[in-house]
Design a binder for this molecule. Structure first.
Ligand SMILES: NC(=O)c1ccc[n+]([C@@H]2O[C@H](COP(=O)([O-])OP(=O)(O)OC[C@H]3O[C@@H](n4cnc5c(N)ncnc54)[C@H](OP(=O)(O)O)[C@@H]3O)[C@@H](O)[C@H]2O)c1
Length: 357
């Protein structure tokens, strides 16, 4: 039986993870869980699974420090996932990582620590899980030429060019996926896809210029791997986060589950197109920040968190999100990304700049 610590248990990923555990009660045991402040819901989950419940800023970290497990599922939002992820690595526990901001802000550092501790970082994001599934038994450095991340394109893929007056309600209406608020808004600006490029860069140790994005509105092909011999593998399934979550928890095995299966004959077509760089400037912004190096991507991630929250509060316009992030990345001081303290310092400074913007 696999023991699991579940961070972010009441969220969109956390709820799907609970479903996966319910489907396989003989395979998984949740020993501890953490939330931010939704204690009523957390207590119910804790009772159901017989798990210890933690909450608040330090709760996720204590859940990891005070319990032993085989895998820690990190599914909180933003940099709150960093310290618990590092704590899990240092205790030698594998990490199923949903919180992409951890790798965006501190990918170099976190992957180095994981390699040193011989701990596995198992992708939960559907795109990275797809790539991970295509890479089983493959020597990435010798056999892979390119990773291709698919993007749904979000709600504004074919909207009129001027997005100035987009409301939070419109940005929160994702055509394919039901997700938490921050990641849903990030999907609509394609900042999310930019983050996923960085996530892939660190998870699979592939340089950014060998990671491409293709828009695929149906969200059936979750990503692709192109090999040096000219073959390409893809992973397909109906859009259901329980599939990648379960794979992260059962890897290297697969377990059966009663879920909708793909009916290819019923799909009229699968379409693909190149992303529109004018409509979605976030993609270039993220690539530039990664190329500049240091703590720039930590600044990017923190600035985006503030920008999205200010947009949802009605404080800035939709199109200001990317402008705010770009300005913050440009104005933040350069710091080498060589410690947690450096990442946290960059995060603090970026938040101050982004709040004052
Ligand atoms: N949703 C998806 O389909 C999806 C797909 C791929 C990747 N991701 C990534 O997965 C992560 C989680 O996304 P989500 O959509 O599940 O978010 P969500 O629905 O907003 O849920 C966040 C969860 O984390 C908890 N939490 C937030 N901040 C915390 C903190 N400082 N300390 C402890 N717990 C905290 C929340 O607790 P409360 O309920 O108490 O606030 C909640 O349980 C994000 O990084 C997102 O980018 C999500």
């Amino acid at each position: 039986m696999k023991r699991i610590i579940l961070l972010g248990a009441t969220g969109s990923i956390g709820t799907s993870a609970c479903d996966v555990v319910r489907t396989h009660p003989d395979e998984f045991k949740v020993v501890a869980l953490a939330v931010r402040n939704n204690l009523a819901a957390a207590d119910l989950i804790g009772k159901e699974f017989g798990a210890k419940v933690y909450s608040g800023e330090e709760g996720a970290l204590r859940a990891v420090e005070e319990n032993d497990a085989d895998v820690v599922l990190v599914a909180t939002v933003g940099l709150s996932g960093l310290k618990p992820t590092l704590a899990a690595i240092r205790k030698g526990m594998d990490v199923a990582l949903a919180t992409k901001e951890v790798l965006v802000a501190a990918g170099e550092f976190v992957t180095r620590e994981a390699a040193a501790a011989k701990v596995r970082l198992l992708p939960v994001d559907s795109e990275h899980s797809a790539i991970f599934q295509c890479l089983q038994g493959i020597d990435i450095q010798r056999e892979v030429s390119r990773l291709v991340l698919t993007a749904s394109g979000g709600p504004f893929l074919d909207a009129p060019a001027n997005l100035d007056d987009v409301t939070p309600e419109q940005a929160l209406r994702h055509p394919r996926w039901d997700m938490g608020r921050k990641v849903t808004v990030d999907s609509s600006t394609m900042m999310n896809k930019g983050f996923e490029i960085i996530e892939a860069r660190w998870l699979f140790d592939v340089p950014m210029d060998r990671i491409d994005v293709v828009v695929h509105p149906e969200s059936i092909v979750h990503s692709l791997v192109e090999f040096t011999d000219g073959a390409t593998l893809a992973q397909l399934s109906p859009p259901d986060m329980r599939v990648p979550i379960q794979y992260a928890l059962t890897w290297p095995r697969r377990l059966p589950a009663e879920r909708a299966k793909l009916d290819l004959a019923a799909l009229s077509s699968l379409t693909f197109r190149a992303p529109d760089g004018f409509r979605f400037p976030a993609l270039r912004l993220v690539r530039d920040a990664e190329r500049a190096g240091g703590t720039r991507t930590a600044v990017l991630s923190a600035a985006d968190e503030i920008a999205v929250s200010r947009f949802l509060d009605g404080d800035i316009r939709y199109t200001d999100i990317v402008k705010l992030v770009a300005d913050t990345v440009e104005r933040a001081p350069e710091i080498p990304c060589d410690s947690v303290e450096a990442v946290l310092e960059a995060d603090r400074t970026a938040r101050e700049l982004a709040l004052a913007w």
